[in-house]
Design a protein around this ligand. Structure first.
Ligand code: SF4
Length: 692
């Protein structure tokens, strides 16, 4: 046969928010009939990659086999008599368009719910926004950021005026004190964690606050294994120490902040001794941590979902922001408040307005001027854009449960496995009149659909992802769509045309040109510029603007940084006689999210099944040995899983990941939400264990 040609395409990793760049290696050959066969055969790192250089973690390096996996959906499917039947694109698009149109005619726009995706490109999220707001006529659009950093977006916006990571990853090398809270960085953001490990090795003090002794905690200078759900007590005690010992930056506070007195009053009683009684950390250790952070020249804080996935998530974030405002560790190199965003494009999906209260660029739906601008660009009447903020994911599912929401369109999300209380999610989806899913695979969510559109992976399309440091990076097409799949942007365009409102975009580059027009922070960004100059951090408001790696360098986006009084509240569900242990959930190095991609790659051979981490004292009390199978139950359900005895976690707590549908931990988690950000308390609920 003919020889294979091997080519390379530089693109961005589809897994975590670190946003590593790599080269997809592509083999191509034509047969005698002129048919071209092409395949992604591997991933190579490159020394000139902007974020990661040569480094890649196992997911980026070995996790891309899913692109050609036999489970890929390659043709549209329509459910007939409870069975999926293959359909042509014309038939499936026409069917979906007509059903959506009927539902709109009967119930109006707010009968729809739309889930955008942190796995899709910026251009696709922008387009789905236009589709939801103008064609379906609803602000009911949300995505998985609701479950990870909605409390960051709300908390940091209220404190600083912008809800994003303040400093770039490269600043880890410039900080002289790192506080890492509720972040299993080495497993969840492995290449970013390399920078932390390098800094620790070079002597930068690092304190990790986490109930589990993660790899980073084990290597840090100090590990504070607090009780799950007690973050706010500890953070308020740190503020108490900084204020009562006069360690705050008076000039900075006077010039750049407001509300200092409110905070002083709120933390009068939150002594380290008081916090010790709640979080179990020695009062002197709390004092020492507060002093070290305050006395550092360039102190920095990094956090993830241990902080945000709580019913006090927004307040937790504000408590972190309080510490940075007290000490002036913000707006300078090597400092900052740095939420590490989870998914590859969760920052971008938020930026593109995949949130119910804002249009792209965090421009509020309640602002008539904003609505007018988008109405003009999208060629619709201003009255057709609703001024009422829409529903969050949880509210949409509740609405479906109660029969208020009639139809959902889900692009590349899998709420049955990722959202709390799975049984409730399944019942909600089953009660819909019509569910459309766009995905690569027949996920546990897609099984409940009436129509499934086969979507393309990152390797088959053009676009951009925005990583955790607000860096907009190119996604480049390496191969033609697998089977008869289509990129999400094209599917949305096809649906729009079939519903009588065709979109004017030629390609993702032209969508980005419109994003630049409507979204001030992306104003200077285009595919052409990214290809020529490399990635750009937003805000990048003009074509000659170099981008903004560090926020708040010349004062805060909201004017003055604002202190907030954020009193401690215990977790929504406490252990009791019936459910005596605390269950917490998170991620593993070898897999990602609901496992739809990573579990269809070589990584599955390395890490094929899940287990439950349990402290040896608790295992002894329950008469358990390593690898014994147990029934793990909460008030919402039960799963069966093998135990792994480890002193990585504090006694009284068990931990597992949400990657494995066979041990679907979100059957058990608590849907109690933060009243501001509506984020569920996935990190803490009461559970019990029985040997089986
Ligand atoms: Fe991909 Fe994140 Fe791993 Fe980098 S650290 S290779 S972005 S999963």
């Amino acid at each position: 046969g003919r020889a294979w040609d091997i080519g390379k395409v530089r693109t961005t990793c589809p897994y975590c928010g670190t946003g590593c760049n790599f080269d997809l290696e592509i083999a191509r050959r034509s047969d005698s009939k002129g048919q071209t066969r092409e395949e992604v055969i591997g991933v190579a790192s490159s020394i000139d990659a902007p974020v990661n250089g040569r480094a890649l973690c196992v997911k980026g390096r070995f996790g891309t086999d899913f692109i050609h996996h036999r489970d890929r959906l390659t043709t549209p499917l329509i459910k007939k008599d409870g069975q999926f039947v293959e359909a042509s694109w014309e038939e499936a698009i026409a069917f979906a368009a007509s059903r959506l149109g009927d539902i709109h005619a009967e119930y109006g726009g707010d009968a729809f719910g739309v889930l955008a995706s942190a796995k899709a490109t910026n251009e696709e999220n922008y387009l789905l926004n236009r589709f939801a707001r103008t064609i379906l006529g609803t602000n009911n659009i949300d995505h998985c950021a609701r479950l990870c950093h909605s409390s960051t977006v709300a908390g940091l916006a209220a404190s600083f005026g912008s809800g994003a990571m303040t400093n770039p990853i490269e600043d880890i090398a410039k900080t002289d004190f790192m506080l890492v809270i509720g972040s299993n960085t080495t497993e969840s953001h492995p290449v970013l964690a390399l920078s932390m490990l390098r800094a620790i090795r070079q002597g930068t003090p690092c304190v990790v606050i986490d109930p589990r002794k993660t790899e980073l905690a084990a290597l840090a200078h100090k590990h504070l294994p607090l009780k799950p759900g007690s973050d706010l007590a500890l953070l308020n005690a740190m503020a108490h120490v900084i204020i009562t010992e006069g360690l705050y930056k008076e000039d900075f506070i006077k010039t750049y902040t407001e509300g200092f007195e409110t905070l002083c009053e709120a933390v009068t009683e939150t002594t380290p001794e008081w916090a010790e009684s709640i979080c179990g950390i020695d009062a002197d250790l709390i004092r020492d941590t507060a002093r070290r952070y305050a006395r550092a020249q360039r102190g920095s804080i990094y956090y993830t979902m241990g902080v945000t996935q709580k019913h006090t998530g927004t307040h937790n974030v504000m408590a972190i922001a309080n510490l940075a405002l007290l000490t002036g560790h913000i707006g300078r190199e090597g400092t900052g408040v740095n939420p590490l965003r989870g998914q590859n494009n969760v920052q971008g999906a938020c930026d593109m307005g995949a949130l119910p209260n804002v249009l792209p660029g965090y421009q509020p739906v309640t602002d008539a001027g904003v609505r007018e601008k988008f109405a003009r660009t999208w060629d619709v009447k201003i009255d057709s854009l609703s001024e009422r903020p829409g529903l969050t994911v949880g509210e949409m599912l509740q609405g479906a449960h109660e029969g208020r929401l009639k139809s959902m369109l889900i692009m590349g999300e899998n709420p049955v496995v990722s959202d709390p209380d799975s049984q409730h999610v399944i019942e909600a989806l089953e009660r819909l009149d019509f569910l459309v899913v766009m995905d690569l695979f027949l996920t546990d969510t897609a099984r409940h659909a009436d129509v499934i559109f086969p979507a393309c992976s990152f390797a088959e399309k053009e676009g951009t992802f925005t990583n955790t440091e607000r860096r907009v990076q190119r996604v480049r097409q390496g191969i033609q769509p697998v089977g008869d799949s289509r990129p999400d942007w094209q599917i949305i365009g096809d649906l729009a045309a079939a519903m009588g409102s065709p979109f004017p975009y030629r390609d993702p580059a032209s969508i980005m040109d419109e994003i630049a027009e409507t979204t001030p922070s992306y104003g200077g960004i285009s595919h052409h510029r990214l290809d020529k100059e490399g990635p750009l951090c937003w805000p990048c408001p003009a074509k000659d603007h170099p981008g903004t790696p560090r926020l708040h360098m010349n004062g805060f986006v909201r004017g003055k940084g604002k202190f907030h009084a954020v009193p401690y509240l215990p977790p929504a569900e406490q252990p009791d006689d019936e459910y005596p242990l605390i269950l917490s959930t998170g991620r593993r190095l070898f897999h990602y999210h609901t496992g739809t991609m990573s579990r269809r790659s070589g990584l599955e051979e390395v890490y094929p099944e899940e287990h439950l981490e349990i402290h040896p004292d608790d295992a002894d009390d329950l008469g358990l040995k390593d690898h014994d199978w147990v029934r793990l139950s909460t008030r919402r359900g039960a799963i069966e899983i093998a135990v792994w005895m480890t002193d990585r976690i504090v006694a009284g707590m068990v931990f597992t990941s949400f990657h494995f549908v066979e041990a679907m931990v979100n059957k058990l988690t608590n849907a109690a939400t933060d009243p501001i950000a509506k984020i569920p308390e996935l990190k803490v609920c009461a559970c019990k264990i029985e040997k089986i």
